[in-house]
Ligand binder design. Structure first.
Ligand SMILES: [Fe+2]
Ligand SMILES: [Fe+2]
Length: 179
């Protein structure tokens, strides 16, 4: 009986291959992408998350209206999670041998979302601005996850974990909007 899908692991070949480029740390010949491309994508994710952190922080302070306390608390919680997302993406950039890019001069161009502060800081306007931003990152992160595919499972899992929290953020905002 023959099996065409047998898993055959050539450990001898792998042992030789990985020994040749020890300076590349966790990046081995089985990494399925150009590491620099993954680093560039993650640096734009860092910019996006920092802009989201700034926007939520600003909105938490400016929120006005009868349900101010509840909305402000939610924005503060989201802000903290966006900052964690930025830090986790930066850790991964470093693991991949890159330099995490927190340069404020290029944050806005690199970010997928805008630093939006509506002139009128009523709660609905703020909630809608943040829901719009969350829906943008949900879409862009899904595209990133699809592109990463099987080529870099660790970055993909990181982005999947972040995406899950962005979907929770969008859901929280939708609940607060009462739509
Ligand atoms: Fe985030
Ligand atoms: Fe978010």
């Amino acid at each position: 009986m023959s099996h065409t899908d047998d898993f055959v692991l050539d450990v001898t070949r792998i042992r030789d291959q990985v020994r040749q480029k020890m300076d590349e740390g966790p990046i081995t010949g089985t990494f399925g992408h150009d590491p620099q491309k993954v680093i560039n994508i993650l640096n734009d994710v860092i910019a996006t998350e920092v802009v989201c952190w700034l926007r939520y922080t600003r909105h938490a302070i400016s929120a006005k209206g009868i349900d101010r306390a509840q909305v402000s608390a939610e924005f503060t919680e989201h802000a903290q999670e966006e900052l964690q997302h930025a830090l986790r993406a930066a850790e991964r950039v470093s693991q991949l041998g890159g330099e995490p890019d927190f340069d404020p001069a290029s944050l806005v161009q690199r970010s997928h979302t805008d630093y939006q502060v509506p002139a009128d800081t009523d709660l609905r306007g703020l909630l809608e601005a943040n829901l719009w931003a969350e829906r943008i990152v949900i879409s862009t992160y899904q595209e990133i996850i699809r592109w990463l595919g099987e080529g870099d499972p660790t970055t993909r899992r990181l982005m999947e974990a972040i995406l899950e929290e962005e979907e929770e953020h969008a859901d929280d905002l939708t609940d607060l909007l009462g739509v």
